[in-house]
Design a protein around this ligand. Structure first.
Ligand code: ADP
Ligand code: MG
Length: 404
């Protein structure tokens, strides 16, 4: 525990501070379509400009393959950042070349520059540590200190996340501090009753999280595509629903462990079964034990939890003090199968203690359904990073900042 804080860097007035943000936002036709991650980086940037630092922002965007690629330029992101900060933001058209050097040299105290996409440079994600270090050394020329605040990348051993934090005096930014505080409360010191709701597509993506959290929770609610592997493990037929047959034994193991430990695994009692995987597919509500009893028979596909289950899940969520939710309850991308996800999201807004949404698609789902991030205790900005944290894994980008 205990990340080095911004305060540990001392007086930053007049000093050049590199800030590693995660500004990896979705772009369409060159415009930012969801600025959530830019907004999440504002508290740290404001704290630093307010302290009179010369702020050099670095980030990746998308997956360019180690060379410049206009489709992944951070130019539009820098423009949006300027709007949100209400101050000019300089943009350098390279990351460690002469444009970057000029932009950094041109900064006055309290001003901000954004350098071009880190991943336009092969050193950022190189497998070879020496190559990463060489790129980190080039970046380090532009700063007297590093503030690491890209929570979405802390599970990656990449030059700007790991080597650069060892090369310069470094500390965690406010976003990383807030994210780790919430995730630590979920793993080490939850206020009870503590409920975890898991959904999404596959059990196999979430095995590590289930294993690490099962001994810590009071109840585990299962929805989404993974529910069918749980129902099948109990001997039910699931039609043509998503089923991971190779995980049946693992899931039976979870059910047994839960029973031994007094953890309640709550499975759906009804399911919305569609005739095919399509937005306009005819569908019926079937009891969990009779998924193949609808008009589609054995070719029916479960695409959402049913209304009885949604009401029960909502009640269990709203009456908990701590809730972590990862994974949509159904194929929310089709409005006809979004009701379960909406019910859980709505209940999460009523949690008295800490209600957390984690996971990339889950965060996108609540926004698509019209909820705002402020409706919840916390919406994690890091999909893979939050899941790895909750699996109990060591994250290199946090360890390098003093987290044990
Ligand atoms: P996250 O990114 O939040 O961790 P996942 O990637 O695990 O979430 O899962 C999200 C996907 O799960 C969504 O695209 C959703 O359509 C899908 N999903 C949910 N329920 C089902 C289902 N019953 N059958 C198939 N896919 C499902
Ligand atoms: Mg996902």
């Amino acid at each position: 525990m205990s990340l080095r804080s911004l305060a540990s860097l001392g007086d930053l007035a007049g000093r050049r501070v590199i800030v590693r943000c995660d500004l990896n936002v979705p772009l369409k036709d060159g415009a930012v379509t969801d600025d959530g991650r830019i907004r999440a980086s504002l508290p740290t940037l404001r704290a630093l400009t307010g302290a009179g630092a010369r702020v050099v922002v670095i980030s990746h965007l998308g997956r360019p393959e180690g060379a410049p690629d206009e489709r992944y330029s951070l130019r539009a992101v820098a423009a949006r950042l300027a709007e949100l900060l209400g101050a000019p933001v300089a943009f350098a058209t390279d990351t460690v070349g002469s444009a970057a050097a000029d932009a950094v040299a041109g900064l006055a105290d309290g001003q901000v520059a954004v350098l071009e996409n880190l991943r336009f440079n092969p050193g950022e994600t190189a497998k070879d540590a020496a190559e990463r270090q060489a790129f980190a050394d080039e970046l380090a020329r532009f700063g007297d200190a590093l503030v690491s605040d890209g929570f979405g990348v802390v599970h990656r051993k990449q030059a700007s996340v790991y080597e650069l934090a060892q090369t310069l005096p470094s500390a965690a930014g406010l976003l990383i501090a807030a994210e780790t505080d919430v995730l630590d409360r979920l793993t080490e010191r939850p206020e009870r009753p503590y409920t975890v709701v898991l959904g999404g597509s596959k059990v196999s993506d979430k095995l590590g999280v289930i294993e690490h959290l099962l001994p810590r929770v009071d109840r585990l609610l299962i929805g989404g595509g993974m529910l069918f592997t749980f129902l099948a493990a109990q001997g039910h037929k699931v039609g043509a629903s998503l089923l991971e047959a190779d995980q049946l034994d693992t899931v039976r193991g979870y059910l047994a462990t839960a029973a031994e430990r007094g953890v309640e695994i709550v499975l759906p009692t009804d399911v919305v079964v569609a005739e095919r995987f399509a937005a306009d597919a005819p569908h019926t509500v079937q009891s969990a034990g009779d998924i193949e009893g609808g008009p589609a028979g054995a070719s029916g596909i479960g695409l959402d939890i049913g209304p009885e289950t949604a009401a029960r899940f909502a009640e269990l969520v709203a009456s908990s003090t701590t809730v972590f939710w990862n994974g949509p309850m159904g194929v929310f991308e089709f409005p006809a199968f979004a009701a379960g996800t909406r019910a859980v999201a709505e209940a999460l807004t009523r949690v008295s203690g800490l209600g957390v949404v984690g996971g990339g698609d889950s965060a996108a789902a609540v926004r698509a359904l019209g909820f705002s991030d402020d409706d919840f205790g916390h919406v994690s900005t890091g999909g893979g990073a939050s899941l790895e944290f909750l699996e109990g894994k060591k994250l290199p980008g946090l360890e390098v900042l003093g987290w044990l």
